[in-house]
Write a protein that binds this ligand. Structure first.
Ligand SMILES: [Zn+2]
Ligand SMILES: [Zn+2]
Length: 369
């Protein structure tokens, strides 16, 4: 194993010596705190596949729900409603719980096997896994930037595919259940959608690892870089679905960042804004025209009337979004959507009534803006 890892001149600290052959050639005195803890974890578990599997799954759960928790709390504090993109359309506790249950089911059934298979796949494609030290921060930064660009491109085209009649009817409709999304809804999706869009997240690192093994041997990829990328990606997904455009949000200091303001419109309008992280593809391919016109109309309005105009715009846009969804489903052979939207009332016969809650909440929330 030592020769496989390529380490030499072993110096193990007393408490670690003899605990594992994984690091028999590593000088622990040369490692920083994080690298030592990394190595200690792999030695503690003793089986790299198991160690990576447990760490990946626990990290995913902690980061996803840890990032969602502040938003769940914020949803209960009226003060923050001034930054709500669809004001007043606050998810109920029941909606959040229903969403959490499906997300957890998906994590334990669909994502767990994928996460478990990640270590063997990573090693197969030549990624460094349990080895230490970690790459330099600059290396991690540019590699993560590449994964962001790759994922955004993959996601844009895959997402447009998910909006074709049959793909929408059978797969993507579930994710569009909430026309006013909230953090927990980021991974509220059909298992097949999780697989398709997950390819964009993990495909970048795997392709990069293949390149480093074949035509670009000067570079290598460590799994810790992939972890950092996935943490950023989870933060991005939850932020995009948060339903809030906070003044400290990423898009306010990174103008080409999509953020919640961009993706929330996708859920409200059903059309436009298919990307995840960046606004480029929607701009280049003209799939943000409706969104741009909507923003212009609101920005052109008088400050004193802006809240009223935005509320009216949101009603119109959401109504046209529902019509667009119906038209798409009609092309797939389905007569009407069966999803319940946040802030809408569905009669017992399944027919959607007017979005009375929306009218009420818009009027109430704008008072405090
Ligand atoms: Zn969509
Ligand atoms: Zn979404």
């Amino acid at each position: 194993m030592a020769s496989y890892l390529g380490f030499h001149n072993t110096t193990l600290p007393h408490d670690l010596s003899g605990s594992s052959s994984l690091y028999s050639s590593v000088n622990f005195d040369d490692l920083n705190w994080a690298e030592q803890k990394w190595a200690e974890w792999y030695m503690f578990i003793g089986n790299p596949v198991l160690a990576t599997g447990i760490m990946s799954f626990v990290m995913h759960e902690i980061v996803y729900f840890g990032r969602c928790l502040p938003l769940v709390i914020i949803d209960r504090i009226p003060y923050f409603n001034r930054w709500k993109l669809q004001p007043g359309k606050v998810p109920t506790a029941r909606e959040q719980w229903e969403c959490t249950k499906l997300v957890l089911l998906s994590h334990f059934t669909v994502e767990l096997p994928q996460i478990w298979g990640f270590h063997p796949m990573a090693e197969y494609f030549g990624m460094s896994t349990h080895s230490v030290p970690f790459p330099a921060l600059t290396t991690i930064a540019w590699q993560v930037a590449i994964f962001f660009v790759f994922e955004d491109t993959f996601h844009y085209f895959a997402h447009r595919w998910l909006h074709t009649p049959m793909m929408y009817k059978h797969i993507h409709k579930l994710h569009h259940k909430f026309s006013a999304p909230f953090g927990l809804a980021a991974e509220y999706a059909h298992p097949v959608e999780v697989l398709i869009l997950g390819t964009g997240t993990i495909g970048g690192p795997l392709l990069f690892a293949i390149l480093s093994q074949t035509i670009w041997p000067q570079v290598s990829l460590h799994i810790v870089t992939v972890y950092i990328w996935i943490i950023f990606r989870l933060f991005q997904a939850v932020e995009a679905h948060s339903g809030y455009d906070f003044p400290w949000g990423t898009r306010h200091w990174l103008p080409f960042w999509s953020g919640a303001e961009h993706h929330d419109f996708h859920h409200m309008a059903f059309v436009n804004n298919f990307s995840t992280s960046f606004r480029w593809w929607d701009h280049w391919l003209g799939t943000d025209l409706k969104y741009q016109a909507y923003r212009k109309r609101i920005e052109a309005s008088k400050a004193s009337e802006r809240a009223k105009i935005e509320a009216a715009e949101n009603l119109t846009i959401e109504a046209s979004g529902l019509a667009a969804e119906r038209a798409l489903l009609a092309r797939s052979g389905e007569s009407k959507p069966k999803n319940v939207r946040v802030g809408e009332v569905v009669a017992p016969d399944g027919h959607e009534s007017a979005p009375t809650n929306l009218l009420k909440v818009n009027a109430e929330s704008k008072k405090s803006r």
